[in-house]
Design a protein around this ligand. Structure first.
Ligand code: ZN
Ligand code: ZN
Length: 105
């Protein structure tokens, strides 16, 4: 049997992702959509009235729009990127740093 080498891994405290470098795990954890500081849809507990569920979330965010994955600003899909974060990929159906985000109970 081939011998293998045991190695330490670092896990994101917000999701189950595992990294071999601590630095990699920290970089991920700061951006993780499950990090409450990111105020993303994944950690939001919507309290608003449910509107048109095909387009709006319960807090009134238009889910058909595109959002910067760093700052959550709206992105014109044809412009393709946020002015402040040109390397951030546009998110559709998921917003971060949302002003409508509700603190989980
Ligand atoms: Zn994570
Ligand atoms: Zn941005």
């Amino acid at each position: 049997m081939t011998d293998v080498i045991e190695s330490v891994a670092f896990r994101c405290p917000h999701c189950k992702r595992v990294y071999l470098s601590k630095r990699g795990a920290v970089i991920h954890a700061e951006q993780c959509f499950f990090n409450p500081e990111r105020r993303s849809c994944f950690t939001c507990k919507p309290t608003g009235d449910q509107q048109d569920i095909l387009r709006f979330c319960a807090n009134g965010v238009d889910m058909s729009l595109y959002w910067c994955s760093v700052c959550g600003d709206e992105i014109d899909y044809y412009e393709g990127a946020c002015e402040k974060h040109p390397n951030a990929k546009p998110l559709n159906g998921l917003r971060v740093q949302c002003d409508k985000w509700e603190v989980p109970a």
